[in-house]
Design a protein around this ligand. Structure first.
Ligand code: M6R
Length: 600
């Protein structure tokens, strides 16, 4: 979702801003813009569409040592050049970029801006106009900014530029991510460290309701009462090559291929010196002491949570529930006496999950975040964190984070089981090693996956994924992958539910992808395949070695069946990838979607 960059220093700002915005492209956006200042004034360039379009529109002769930039994912007002950020105040003195949603913008317009003609349809423009109104009323810029922030309801990350003080960028944050990056002769602002890794890897985190005065030499953090805050910087442990595509045509394909490596890294990370699986003692204790675990997540992370719940219940014998974060806030179930909340989030910034975290912390409950991003909001605000160590995931469609989440949940459940004296019945370290090898073998069979995608999904308007037990959860994920990048209407169903309604949708040629990796439901899912085939479906069965039948389209390598989701999802990821490719879709940046969903 929207991204912010800012630079103030000695180098040409526009190139740094444009490169920064390119690094934020993965978050999803539909328009972009930059504003740079020099002795002639502020120069604003905005375009609907891609950063490449913006780059083409930027006047390369304009030199400047300060500026702000933005990628916009439309919430208020259609994606257009007019609604793209930066927005300017009526006089043109103030220029501002904003991520998030200002919930009370209508009310603020009514109360403070009746005489101001707003140029855009955005909630953002209200902020910059308000600042100007306060300055007109006699406040200096910093105070006007502070007064404005105090009026805002909702979420924001803001960077503000004042034409009459070109040596400063004013920054603020509430609920939307924002970092300040430090350099010797410059400072930067970014929604995400990756954007400014080109110039620095040293960052300062900002907390909610803080404002920052950034010059090329100084970074001054204050709370909204105007009190100075001190904060140590940290080094972002990111390798610039981690965020490059290398020879891959798409990040998604690179990230699918990275899964075996991620499995090995996770095994290493969560092993003690004797090779035994281990997680930090306080986390293990928190799970072991809980009388019920509530897993909260969205999208793919929710699907990983469904698999994780099985591990926690069947291995550790702790009751567990999985909830979609956006529903949980207003649909909270009756909680147990000693609950533990587990938040699963690749980005650690998902606003819906964060809203629940805030809610449950207020109730005094303990929370653990499982995330790929150290220092992310969900990690900072929870009591405990377990990291995925999957490396940056850039493609909007989550792949390696999903398998990493399942593996970390498996380790968490296994360690808890052991601490509660429950036997697993197999050696998880060994089995995860086998999974890594199986993943590698699957990633080597891309031609086969491309053929399946061509055969079943090239000309279709819909597709169904069916499975039972753990396979059902993987089907939900397979369908999400396919729909989000190929725009084929895809749904995952529990095999047993078909006859209760969904089977009515089956007609001649409807693609039905069925997973058969679980012995105890194998006969039943085979029965479901027969039912849909009898009604004309084009069924594609993917089975686990040992359970295969003659007509199965693809057989997965043999793995521990409870861990089968870690391998059965790989063909589904690859099939979705090739289906999207065949249909000419923008695989890494699907329409309307954002990588990091930072608004509720
Ligand atoms: O960063 P998170 O894991 O919290 O993100 C949750 C979902 O937005 C995310 O998984 C989304 O569903 C992906 N685009 C799916 O590929």
């Amino acid at each position: 979702m929207c991204g912010i960059v800012g630079y103030i220093g000695q180098l040409d700002a526009k190139e740094i801003l444009l490169k920064g915005l390119e690094k934020l492209e993965y978050r999803g956006y539909d328009s972009a813009g930059i504003a740079v200042a020099n002795e002639d004034g502020v120069h604003v360039f905005k375009e609907k569409g891609r950063i490449a379009d913006l780059r083409a529109a930027v006047d390369q002769t304009v030199m400047s040592q300060a500026g702000i930039g933005h990628t916009r994912w439309a919430t208020h007002g259609e994606p257009s050049r007019l609604n793209a950020h930066p927005h300017q105040s009526a006089s043109g003195r103030f220029t501002l970029v904003h991520n998030g949603v200002i919930e009370n913008y209508v009310q603020l317009t009514r109360e403070y801006l009746q005489d101001v003609e707003l140029k855009s349809d955005t909630d953002t423009e209200v902020v910059v106009q308000l600042i100007e109104q306060f300055v007109k009323g006699g406040l200096d810029t910093e105070e006007a900014f502070r007064q404005t922030l105090m009026l805002l309801k909702g979420s924001y990350a803001i960077a503000l530029f004042d034409l009459e003080n070109k040596g400063t960028i004013y920054v603020a944050k509430n609920k939307s991510p924002l970092l300040v990056g430090l350099g010797d002769t410059f400072n930067v602002v970014a929604s995400d460290a990756m954007a400014m890794l080109q110039v620095t890897n040293e960052y300062v985190e900002l907390m909610d309701k803080e404002m920052v005065i950034v010059t090329d030499k100084k970074v001054v953090i204050k709370n909204l009462d105007g009190e100075l805050m001190s904060r140590a910087s940290y080094i972002a442990e990111l390798d610039a090559s981690d965020i490059e595509k290398g020879t891959y045509p798409h990040y998604m394909l690179k990230e699918i291929d990275e899964q075996p490596l991620v499995m090995r890294k996770i095994i290493q990370t969560y092993q003690d010196e004797n090779g035994k699986l281990s997680i930090p003692g306080d986390v293990a204790e928190a799970v072991a002491e809980a009388d019920r675990v509530y897993i909260i997540a969205c999208g793919t992370s929710y699907h990983a949570g469904l698999v994780g719940k099985q591990f926690i219940e069947s291995w550790a014998k702790v009751p567990a529930e999985v909830h979609v974060a956006s529903e949980f806030s207003y649909n909270m179930p009756l909680l147990s006496e000693k609950p533990l909340f587990i938040f699963i989030s690749q980005s650690g910034e998902t606003a819906d999950s964060r809203a629940v975290l805030v809610q449950v912390k207020k109730l005094g409950h303990k929370a653990l975040t499982i995330t790929n991003v150290p220092g992310s909001t969900l990690s900072r605000e929870a009591d405990y964190t377990l990291l995925l160590n999957a490396g940056p995931e850039i493609a909007v469609a989550s792949t390696k984070a999903y398998t990493a989440q399942i593996a970390v949940l498996a380790i968490l459940a296994a360690v808890t089981a052991e601490s509660r004296g429950k036997a697993l019945g197999f050696d998880l370290v060994k089995e995860l090693g086998i999974i890594g090898n199986a993943m590698e073998a699957l990633c080597d069979q891309k031609d086969e996956m491309e053929m399946i995608a061509r055969e079943y999904l090239t000309v279709t308007r819909n597709a169904f994924f069916i499975g039972r037990g753990l396979d059902y959860f993987v089907c939900l994920e397979g369908a999400l992958k396919l729909k989000e990048i190929s725009y084929i209407q895809a749904e995952g169903f529990a095999g047993g539910e078909l006859k209760h309604g969904t089977i009515a949708l089956i007609e001649d040629g409807t693609p039905v992808i069925a997973l058969a990796t679980q012995e105890h439901v194998n006969l039943s899912i085979r029965g479901n395949v027969k039912e849909v085939t009898a009604r004309g479906a084009n069924a594609c069965v993917i089975s686990l070695k040992g359970l295969e039948e003659a007509d199965d389209r693809f057989v997965l390598p043999e793995v521990q069946p409870e861990l089968a989701p870690l391998v059965s999802v790989i063909p589904l990821q690859l099939i979705a990838y090739y289906a999207a490719l065949h249909r000419g879709c923008d695989v890494d940046k699907p329409r309307n979607l954002a990588k990091s969903v930072t608004v509720e």
